[in-house]
Design a protein around this ligand. Sequence first.
Ligand code: UGA
Length: 442
Amino acid sequence: MKLAVVGTGYVGLVTGSCLAELGHNVTCVDIDATKIGELNNGVVSIFEPGLTDLVERGRRAGRLRFTTDLGEAMPGSSAVFIAVGTPSDSSGRADLSQVTEAADGIAELMDPGTLVVVKSTVPVGTTRHVADQIHQTRPGVDFEIGANPEFLRQGVAVTDFMHPDRLVIGTATEAAEELLRHIYQPLIGAGVTTLFVGIETAELIKYASNSFLAIKLSFVNEVADLCEAAGANIDEVANGMGLDTRITHRFLSAGPGFGGSCLPKDTQALLHTSQVLGAPSRVVAAAVDANRDRKRHMANKIAAAAGGSVQGKTIAVLGLAFKANTDDLRESPAIAIVRSLIGLGATIRAYDPEAVDNARAVLPTIEYAADAYEAIDGADLLVIVTEWPEFATLDLSRVYTSMASPVIVDLRNLYNPSDMAELGFAYHSIGRPPVGLPDDSP
Ligand code: UGA
């Protein structure tokens, strides 16, 4: 099928290249001429494992094209996916201006009968608004509408697209459902659980899922605090909880608070929608508050590990991205932590395998190291913020000898506390008793 995808951010580019991989002829459109120029040369500027190969394969097969001209993409396309950003505005509401703009362009250029699919994460009711908008621009022209939210995690987005837990297809007509069934036939035929639901239900499945994940994380992070206060071990508590098949182990790793471009934004948007519709989401509100406080609290935890103050100390920070396998810093706990530590008088030397270029714009005054060991060399304290696999396999003897004082604050629980104590570190982690402190009896 000939398809168009509007927007070449994480979601649009992964969607477009995966749809091409499924055998469709896809044209991706973006207003950013630089990005389109790069993509036409096979250059993918975001770090997403597997994506460059997929783009290359689609281009070589002649099934994947990139353009700034919607007029090139729309004629002959059976369906167009809107996959533009829906960032939070200052009140936490989803800013839908990019969706509206895309819908305007599509309305003018679409062939009669085109299916317009909203892939972007949008508040419930938006897809119908898009339909109304298109009606107003092209009265009398038939078209179909669908809501098809994505559940892609950055870092594993290609795998998530190709092997999803479920597909959610929200439509109001059989014709729209049929078109989407056809588009996703390779996945449906391979046995992927597919939900055919109403448009509003599809929109809400997305927000409810992301909000539930946020609640799960804020909850486990609070249990981690409880573990610290009670002398228990969060990893063991989470394991004990996760063995209950109603809970599962997934999304139970305590850490410095959730970040990224989705959970923080989508929880805010859900709260806004709840308010507008008069159906309060008190549990989500609590999860959001707890997460905000947590990110702030992390700097105090680090200062406490440094003996009460970080004033004048050099702190090595490993990891700036909001999680491993991405170069994305949006809402990353590392930003809040680094800024607070600078405010408390520390000097920061940071390293991240992929996010340094993006970090320079956000944190311009800190020092950047070429690798983890350069960041650690001579540091008074080492803080691990992101769970990059390479940080879990550091040569700890080398780390020990190169630090000015062997104090580690591991916000991702990458190491075993008793191993760290044996190596001579003062080791602080999340939801587990600190070890190797000066007053510890051997
Ligand atoms: C999230 C959802 O997981 C996807 O299903 C969804 O499609 C996506 O948002 C979206 O709406 O587009 P993503 O933002 O890529 O995906 O990141 P997650 O893997 O969900 O992680 C979010 C945050 O939670 C990160 O800061 C991560 O470090 C943290 N986290 C995650 C933990 O602290 N512990 C965990 O056990 C899991």
